[in-house]
Structures are given as C-alpha cells and as structure tokens.
Design a protein around this ligand. Structure first.
Ligand code: GLN
Length: 281
C-alpha cells in the first residue's frame, strides 16, 4: 500500500471518530511514525518500513479514542522551540504564544512564569531573551519534572524551576510575572472537546466557579514580588478580560491592556504595578 492510500484510510477512520482535522492528523501520524516531515510523506518518496506502518496503525487507534495528537507523538512545537510533553502537563496552545510575544517585547531582565506546566512559556522566553534571568514555578511536582527535562534537552538549563503553589515558595522580586493559569469554569470542563476533557490534566484547567479563582489569588500575591512599574501578563478565557482588569485595579495595578489572539478573542491582559504603590511589608 502506498503512502497516499495509508493516509486516505487513516483520514477516513479519524473522521468517523469525530476528529476535527482528520486528514492533517493522519498525515502527521504517518510522518511521525516514519520519522520524516509531513511534506516528505506527502511527496510520496518515503519508503515505509513494516515497523513504521505498525506504529501508524497503533497511533490511529489511540487517535480514534480521541487522545490528543501531541500526547501520541510526545511533542509539540511552541514559538521557536519543540517541547517533549505527556499527560502530566497541558499541551502548549498556539494562542499562548501571544503571551510570550508580549513579554518578550517588553524585554524584562527577570521573569517569573507561574504555572509553567511543560515549561513552554518560560523556555520560549529564555530562548528569546538570551540574557534575562528566568524562574518558573508550578504546584505540580510532575510538571516540574517535565519542564526540567525540556530545559536540559533545549540547552536552557539556566531557567530555574521551583515547586510552588502560586507564589508561596517564591523569594524575591521580578521585572515581570507571566502566567497561563487554569481559567476554565469548573462547570464547563466536561463540555470541552473530548481531547481536553478526557486527557489533559484537570488541575491545569479548572479555575473554579467563574474560572478566575487562581487569577484572583495570583494578582493578590504578585505586588510583593514585582519591581515598581513591573509587568504582569495573564492569559485568560473568553469574556474574562473586564473582570481580570478589575481584579488588577483592586490590587495596585495600572495601565491595563487586553490583547486579542488570532481568533479575535481577548486572550491576554497585561498591566503595570503602580510605581507609586507603597509596599505592604
Ligand atoms: N486554552 C485552554 C482550553 O480552553 C485552557 C487553558 C487554561 O485553562 N489555561 O482548552
């Protein structure tokens, strides 16, 4: 059977299983199974070994069960880096690249990435801000293991990882705090795509009743760990920008701005700590 026929069969099976992009996924699975790029597979010149075809078949069964493609192949591209991931961490999303772009443009000398998960945001920032001091934390010890392994593999071991419930175990101050916290309303999680609801860590998604429990707590803790005029940038969900800006205003932040993702959704809110604010301690 040639490559084209294998892709056709895979695409048909994934479509029947309700996968959103069946043909693309079949192409990517076959390419990854053969250890080549998608364009090489499409060119049809790759000689497929029986073992590559066997892997493809096993992976199709997993994708039919709606396991996310990124968990099956074990990696995900993000900005200019490739992250090794597994179900201990949320899969890095394209819209989160906006968060990195915004913080990188501000060129802070020190950054704390809260709830780092796979390390995506912290490691992309370390890759793009070559002299910045980057610290990353997560409440999940499993996530820290995944993130540290990514840092080593990418040659970005200068990023410091700390196991911490929000800022509880964090010492000192930073020029910028960045976070993609869990922000899905608890009641909405079961209604998300099966790939998300059934496979991704609930801890990385569940933001409480209105989705903003962790945002509220982080924004309350952040002023004690930010330089005067320091930047905060938070990824949020659909419709959460006004409430997030209000939370920031109540905690000494100024210059609130919201930034839309490629789908036109207000996805990131940024603000500056009021330089005239008096420290609480
Ligand atoms: N963007 C994710 C989703 O809706 C949510 C990630 C998060 O809570 N930070 O699937």
């Amino acid at each position: 059977m040639d490559n084209r026929a294998l892709i056709d069969i895979g695409a048909e099976r994934l479509e029947a299983a309700g996968v959103e992009t069946p043909r693309l996924d079949a192409e990517l699975l076959l390419a990854e199974a053969a250890g080549v790029t998608r364009s090489e597979i499409l060119a049809g010149l790759t000689e497929l070994t029986p073992s590559a075809i066997g892997t493809y078949e096993k992976w199709l069964v997993r994708r039919e069960a709606r396991e996310p493609l990124a968990y099956i192949v074990g990696r995900q591209g993000f900005r200019h880096i490739d992250l090794v991931i597994d179900p201990r961490v949320l899969i890095p999303r394209p819209e989160t690249e906006l968060l990195v772009e915004l913080v990188a443009a501000a060129a802070p000398l020190s950054v704390l990435d809260v709830a780092t998960g796979s390390g995506a945001v912290a490691l992309a920032l370390a890759d793009e801000l070559e002299t910045a001091a980057i610290t990353a934390c997560d409440v999940s010890a499993d996530a820290i293991v995944v993130a540290r392994a990514n840092a080593e593999r990418l040659g970005l071991s200068r990023v410091k990882f700390v196991e911490s419930d929000l800022l509880d175990a964090i010492d000192g101050g930073f020029d910028a705090i960045v976070a993609n916290l869990p922000y899905v309303e608890s009641g909405d999680i079961d209604g998300l795509q099966r790939e998300v609801a059934e496979f991704e860590p609930r801890l990385a998604l569940d933001g409480g009743d209105d989705g903003l429990d962790l945002v509220r707590e982080l924004v309350r803790q952040a002023p004690d760990h930010l330089a005067p005029g320091g930047l905060i940038a938070l990824e949020i969900g659909l419709g959460q920008a006004p409430a997030t800006e209000q939370i920031l205003a109540e905690n000494g932040f100024v210059k609130m701005a919201s930034h839309r993702d490629l789908a036109g959704i207000e996805r990131v809110v940024s603000a500056r700590l009021d330089p005239g604010r008096q420290p609480t301690a």
